[in-house]
Write a protein that binds this ligand. Structure first.
Ligand code: GLY
Length: 354
């Protein structure tokens, strides 16, 4: 099985390792970037049962002194209360500034562990071991960390790049099909953004066979955008394709509609609006819809454009009277468009027309 390594030149620079059976190798890989130390592995109650034991063993074998903290699985754990429990556990176990945190799991685990690492003793190093496709292609790379507040998702956090990312593609085999599809939506997003090749593979449905290479291509695209705009002020915002409407759908559903599924619908609506404005090449929406359906993803929502617009207004990408949206030009090319906030209503309405 192929192994890939993608270097990200942000923070202190780090490698994203992608391959088979890497959870069992993680101790060795981590020892290449940090000396022997105490390693606090943070994971959730689902991933604990599957991968905590091999990760702890690998760390011990490589000379680390590992401890673990397990929290209840689910987005509802991504809050300040669980964050404070993680920090207390770091302190109770005597973690010092030269020790490390390790996020073992999906996006929730990566986001909260990265945040804990960013504020514990004013910052310690951390490593990401993503176990979902979504975390592998998106949240484990780029240094965005966060917890949710009562007013919205990801409202408190810090930018902190990991010291290493270790993506074991075998972990995807235990994902339920809709969780895998959720990550596929983010991967298809990279295809629509800059890579017709990635899009083609998903369009043909030949994903599982070349998943390591696909993840490495997605990570490379994200890496280049993060290197150019680490703090999300310009080109990194391209990664928000489908997210303005997607976040609105998630918000209206009370966060029961999965993130990648919502982004899928958001991409279709943006492309549809782009075609109707004469900006997007004709036929783009049709291809995106067919590709998403082929990969088990939804392509429309029943929510009313007005409700979507109102929910989208709470999006943190808004700045004053303006909002920046991402519109496909064609498969493999998208552009940022800064519009007045009320114009978003017209775009959503155009995108909703069938
Ligand atoms: N998930 C989008 C970003 O990392 O910028």
């Amino acid at each position: 099985m192929d192994e890939f390594s993608v270097n990200i030149n942000a923070g202190n620079g780090y490698a994203v390792h992608i391959g088979s059976n890497l959870t069992a190798e993680c101790g060795k890989i981590i020892s290449q970037v940090v000396g022997k130390c105490r390693a606090a592995v943070v994971t959730d109650s689902n991933v604990e049962k599957l991968y905590l034991q091999p990760v702890m063993k690998s760390l011990e074998d490589a000379g680390f002194d590992p401890i673990s903290f397990v929290f209840p699985a689910g987005e509802s754990s991504k809050n300040l209360h669980v964050l404070s429990e993680i920090l207390e556990s770091f302190a109770d176990n005597g973690l010092t500034r030269s020790d490390i945190a390790i996020a073992l799991g999906g996006g929730v685990t990566g986001d909260i562990t990265g945040f804990a690492a960013g504020v514990y003793m004013r910052g310690i190093k951390y490593v990401q071991i993503p176990t979902t496709l979504l975390a592998a292609v998106d949240s484990s790379v780029g240094g965005k960390t966060a917890v949710d507040l009562s007013s919205g998702k990801n409202l408190a956090g810090v930018f902190l790049q990991p010291s290493s990312v270790i993506c074991d593609i075998n972990t995807f085999s235990t994902l339920a099909p809709d969780i895998f599809a959720d990550g596929a939506a983010e991967a298809i997003k990279y295809g629509v953004l800059t890579s017709e090749r990635i899009f083609d593979v998903f369009e043909r449905g030949e994903v599982r066979e070349s998943i390591a290479q696909l993840v490495s291509e997605c990570v490379a695209i994200k890496g280049r955008l993060v290197e150019e705009d680490e703090h999300d002020n310009s080109v990194r915002r391209l990664l928000n394709l489908g997210h303005t409407i997607g976040h609105a759908i998630e918000n209206l559903s009370g966060y029961t509609f999965p993130h990648g599924h919502a982004v899928a619908v958001g991409m279709v609506m943006m492309s549809q609006a782009g075609e109707r404005m004469g900006f997007t090449e004709n036929g783009t929406t049709d291809r995106i819809e067919k590709c998403l359906i082929r990969n088990g993803l939804p392509t429309y929502t029943d929510y009313d454009p007005e409700d979507l617009y109102n929910a989208a207004l709470s999006d943190k990408k808004r700045s004053g009277d303006n909002i920046t949206i991402v519109v496909p030009k064609r498969i493999g090319q998208c552009e940022l468009m800064t519009i007045k906030v009320p114009e978003l209503f017209d775009i959503i309405s155009l995108g909703a027309q069938r």
